[in-house]
Design a protein around this ligand. Structure first.
Ligand code: AMP
Ligand code: MN
Ligand code: MN
Length: 322
């Protein structure tokens, strides 16, 4: 908090293929900093998806930040390592500006000079609320809406195991403080572009189920046909997570450079974060991801082999509760 209080021009960075928590938490902090007279910049290498573009401040995101930008602090938000800034962070900044990390990933190695990491929190929006209140700003109105976006997206509409009474109380308080809960439901959660819905159709048509694992793939050529860009997060991982017969699920999406983005989910008692971590990615027990080398078929075999182990050895359901 001291770092933020001392700073006048902090740079807030959200991760690539940004989700509601990364964008909602970043924009909430931006609004709070503006409210106390500071001049924050916000950055994300990828454009915002349509279901987040309506948020206050959404149009202020920079996709590129020059190395000699006039800043005095860097804040990494909702990410477990510096690679996840997508190249926005420059190594030369290391000795020039302090680095503050605000996050909730269990795989976060506390890579900042100061780290506000709540590893079991449902979303970065939870520690972010504390940060904002700590700055002396009320988490109300537009700020409350941005924080709700983080909580409602990372909990998939309050249905994940991380949805504790504390989270439900936080959501209730944010609504009482003027946060637009139904607006977020309509404009973010129930807002799937036609192109995405069609891509889901193609991906679901290719859905496989074996040994309590459900998975699907989307190749470069199919994505081109469907006009789906790389920076576009299809949210396929969350869709697959609902397959009744599956304990773990994986969506494999081929990128233009031939790498494969893997999006994994698991039911309570199973931990996919270890697999993501082993493959250079990160995440949570129930939702984790990584990017691995292609071709698609090799990536599928490699990841399914690891997931088979996960299914074979469930973690203690008691200790798995985040
Ligand atoms: P996704 O499947 O992309 O929705 O991501 C699920 C979770 O894993 C999120 O908490 C992400 O932040 C995390 N995650 C996804 N991909 C990566 C990656 N390449 N490196 C680190 N964490 C990741
Ligand atoms: Mn995220
Ligand atoms: Mn998050």
């Amino acid at each position: 908090m001291t770092l933020l209080r001392k700073s006048d021009r902090p740079l807030l960075i959200a991760h690539p293929r940004p989700d509601g928590d990364a964008i909602g938490s970043t924009l909430a902090l931006r609004l709070a900093l503006v409210a106390v007279g500071k001049h924050p910049l916000v950055a994300c290498v990828d454009p915002l998806p349509a279901n987040l573009a309506y948020l206050p401040g959404a149009d202020s995101f920079l996709q590129e930040v020059p190395e000699d930008v006039d800043i005095d602090l860097v804040v990494a938000i909702d990410m477990s390592d510096l690679k996840r800034t997508g190249g926005i962070y420059r190594e030369s900044w290391r000795e020039r500006y302090p680095l503050l990390v605000i996050d909730h990933h269990e795989t976060n190695a506390a890579f900042g000079d100061v780290n506000l990491i709540l590893p079991h929190a449902a979303a970065t929006a939870m520690p972010m609320t504390d940060v904002i209140v700590g700055l002396g700003v009320a988490a109300q109105d537009e700020i409350a809406t941005c924080l709700l976006v983080g909580l409602l997206t990372d909990t998939r509409g309050l249905r994940t195991e991380t949805t504790t009474p504390e989270v439900l109380r936080a959501v209730g308080e944010l609504i009482e403080s003027g946060g637009d809960y139904h607006g977020v439901m309509q404009r973010t959660l129930d807002f799937v572009p036609y192109r995405t819905m069609r891509a889901w159709g193609v991906a679901l048509d290719r859905l496989r189920l074996e040994d309590s694992m459900a998975w699907t793939t989307l190749s470069r050529s199919l994505k081109e046909e469907l006009q789906i860009d790389d920076h576009y997060d299809l949210d396929l991982g969350n869709l697959l997570s609902r397959v009744a017969e599956a304990q773990v699920t994986a969506a494999f999406i081929e990128m233009r450079d031939g790498t494969i983005k893997v999006s994994m989910r698991s039911r309570p008692g199973y931990n996919v974060a270890t697999v993501a971590d082993a493959l250079g990615g990160g995440g949570h027990k129930a939702a984790a991801g990584c990017t691995v080398d292609g071709p698609l078929e090799t990536a599928v075999n490699r990841v399914l082999n690891l997931l088979r182990e996960v299914v074979r050895e469930p973690v203690d359901p008691v200790t798995s509760v985040p």
